[in-house]
Design a protein around this ligand. Structure first.
Ligand code: AQP
Length: 334
């Protein structure tokens, strides 16, 4: 039986991924690649909706791909490639843009938030059409499921609307994908501000745990993480967001249940709990970090693997794109 197709991606927007990317996405991708025909992309075309230094972007792209592999995404099993290596993404995005209402795109809350944050002069048309490119990413591969965070739900809904619109105007072409929304317990918050999601682009470094950071630097950040004055290790997202966040990280990285961790630290202080978490984090990340650095030591081999995977992605994408051009009545070059 052929496996259903799955698509997901991350932006190469920093030198290292943060542990929210690892727990919220990579760990799940690693499991999902067993039961799906998975496509995982490093979405560099999305990343350029923000200003980027060209040589840094190239390096961040390799680094992101290396971290996918180090975290367990197997390029022989999944299709792991760089978005801009497959030109069909940009081509289909243009086509879908002609089917997207201006008001429809303007209602996207991520655009509203980001454009407000950057100001009008720093907001590009590319940022506005970001969800249309995302729709193209997904639809090119006849994707059945898209694992995403809650914040991406609206973009997947737009993807579904665009697929249905195209299918009803031009004939059945796209599979209408389903989102798989990540559980709230997989959401990781900033260590210094546990009400804000941990993010690569956080203003302060103190609240972010980086996958490629020196483990002792990460341990220090955990020891300084914001908690509360109650002193008991107990999950309560409302009343104790800092401790709850640390418990979620602990549980995700150790594979244990939160109540078992609460029991272990009952009657002990936050210091002990944080030390325990730091040990768990170091033992989980040390091999991932070492493997990523090893892959980055041989960029030619990494580029070769990415190129071979992009060839496969392009083959699948071209089939869909060709149908799209035909159905829309574009005269094909012979
Ligand atoms: N804090 C988080 N907790 C759980 N999951 C998270 N993800 C991101 N942050 C957390 C998941 O990681 C993937 C990365 O998606 P992205 O790189 O396209 O952008 P993002 O979601 O905006 O991630 P960042 O780290 O916050 O990047 P910047 O700062 O560049 O915007 C997604 O699957 C996301 O759900």
């Amino acid at each position: 039986m052929t496996k259903a197709r799955l698509y997901s991606g991350m932006q190469p927007s920093a030198d290292s991924l943060q542990i929210g990317n690892y727990i919220g996405a990579l760990m799940q991708w690693r499991d999902l690649q067993e039961s799906y025909d998975a496509f995982f992309s490093v979405v560099d075309l999305h990343a350029i909706t923000q200003p980027n230094d060209p040589s840094e972007l190239r390096e961040k792209t390799r680094r992101t791909a290396a971290q996918y592999i180090a975290a367990g995404i197997e390029p022989a099993k999944s299709t792991l490639y760089v978005q801009s290596h497959v030109s069909a993404h940009a081509e289909l995005a243009w086509i879908l843009g002609t089917l997207t209402g201006f008001g429809e795109a303007g209602r996207m809350t991520q655009f509203k938030d980001k454009s407000q944050r950057y100001g009008q002069d720093a907001t590009s048309v590319g940022l506005f059409t970001y969800p249309v490119l995302m729709a193209a990413d997904i639809l090119l591969y006849q994707t059945a499921v898209v694992p995403v965070g809650d914040d991406q739900k609206q973009h997947i809904e737009l993807t579904r609307v665009l697929a249905e619109r195209f299918n009803s105007r031009f004939g059945d072409t796209f599979r209408v994908p389903m989102p798989v929304i990540q559980q709230d317990t997989a959401r990781i918050y900033d260590l210094q501000n546990p009400l804000a999601k941990m993010s690569k682009s956080a203003e302060s470094d103190a609240g972010v745990l980086w996958l490629l950071d020196d483990p002792s630097a990460s341990a220090k950040k955990i020891m300084r993480a914001v908690t509360d004055s109650e002193g008991s290790v107990r999950y309560d997202r409302e009343a104790k967001p800092g401790v709850s966040n640390l418990l979620v990280i602990y549980a995700a990285l150790s594979g244990r249940q939160i109540p078992a961790i609460e029991d272990e630290y009952a009657g002990r202080g936050y210091g002990d709990f944080k030390k325990g978490l730091a040990e768990v984090l170091v033992s989980e990340f040390e091999p991932v970090r070492a493997r990523a650095l090893e892959l980055l030591d041989d960029p030619a081999e990494l580029d070769r693997v990415l190129g071979a995977n992009a060839d496969h992605a392009a083959e699948v994408a071209e089939t869909t794109l060709s149908d799209v051009y035909d159905r829309m009545g574009l005269l094909r070059r012979r």
